[in-house]
Design a protein around this ligand. Structure first.
Ligand SMILES: NC(=O)c1ccc[n+]([C@@H]2O[C@H](COP(=O)([O-])OP(=O)(O)OC[C@H]3O[C@@H](n4cnc5c(N)ncnc54)[C@H](O)[C@@H]3O)[C@@H](O)[C@H]2O)c1
Length: 282
């Protein structure tokens, strides 16, 4: 049995982790526990969304990748197809009715139905004091809405009515538990998603749909680059983490795959925190 030494564990938790994680992600042959499932992942041309799309496809799902720009969708789809994964792509700005309808119709046309929805898109249009945030900011930050709408609407029918049982995962943030300084509206919207997850349970359970939430901590993506590109800023943050390194998108993807899989068949209304032990201290 593989037992890493204490020294090895130390080196992993203090920065040597990325190559090990990437090795693990590429090297481990996981059972195809999502075989026969169809998954929609919003905002999946990059970052956490792309890692989720890749992992769900590696685990056997057929995945519809989506994002706001055609060129980004094309690039992600090509990359995943080159890896031998069963994916298609379509443009979807989750705030646009017509794009959401197209997203769902494309999944049904290409793959014959929908089993899994990962609602991952988010925006952060404001940095500053809550008391200075404008109506315009809050309008944009109805990204609660951005996250909620893919679940609620599909032309005439709510998406969850069209789903054939299955699983929804909403991507929130540790900022939903403890607001990030200067990111008040964003954090508040993420708190709302924790509530949304719970509120959907009584309505989705009779439809045989589980709904859960992911709350990432600091994860290496473009979205969070201001916090990790500068080594000195990152060093300050690392002190506040239990596992003293930044997380990788792949480390969120495994948790999402678990939530969508039969292994989580008795899990609904829950939030998994993937934050290296720093969720209340960032
Ligand atoms: N990176 C982190 O440290 C971190 C921490 C906590 C939570 N999150 C959450 O993870 C999710 C993914 O973020 P990420 O870090 O991978 O960043 P990212 O920048 O790679 O992804 C965010 C994506 O959302 C997309 N997007 C924005 N508005 C959209 C819209 N209207 N329609 C469709 N797509 C839209 C962007 O184009 C972008 O691709 C977000 O919900 C974010 O709030 C990230």
């Amino acid at each position: 049995m593989f037992r890493p030494s204490f020294q090895r564990l130390l080196s992993l938790s203090s920065g040597g982790g990325r190559s090990y994680i990437m090795q693990s992600v590429r090297g481990i042959q996981t059972p195809r526990k999502l075989e026969g499932k169809v998954a929609l992942v919003t905002a999946s041309s990059d970052g956490i969304g792309l890692a989720i799309a890749r992992r769900l496809a590696q685990d056997g799902a057929r995945v519809l990748v989506s994002s706001r720009k055609q060129q980004n969708v094309d690039k992600a789809v090509q990359e995943l197809k080159r890896e031998g994964l069963d994916v298609e792509g379509t443009v979807c700005h989750v705030g646009k009715d017509e794009d959401r309808v197209k997203l769902v119709n494309t999944a049904v046309q290409k793959f014959g139905g929908i089993d899994i929805l990962v609602s991952n898109a988010a925006v952060n249009p404001f940095f500053g004091n809550m008391l200075d945030s404008t109506d315009e900011v809050w309008e944009k930050v109805r990204l609660v809405k951005l996250q909620y709408l893919p679940i609620r609407y599909c032309g005439e029918s709510p998406l969850y009515i069209l789903m054939r049982g299955g699983s929804i995962v909403i991507v929130s943030s540790v900022g939903g538990f403890m607001p990030f300084p200067a990111l008040g509206p964003y954090s508040v919207s993420k708190t709302a998603l924790l509530g949304l997850t719970k509120a959907l349970v009584p309505e989705l359970t009779p439809l045989n749909i589980r709904v859960n939430c992911l709350a990432p901590g600091l994860i290496r993506t473009k979205f969070s680059s201001a916090l990790w590109k500068d080594e000195s800023v990152l060093d300050q943050l690392k002190v506040k983490l239990g596992i003293s390194r930044i997380g990788e998108p792949e480390e969120c993807a495994g948790a999402v795959s678990f939530l969508c899989s039969p292994d989580a068949s008795y899990v609904t209304g829950e939030t998994i925190v993937v934050a290296g032990g720093g969720q209340s201290r960032l």
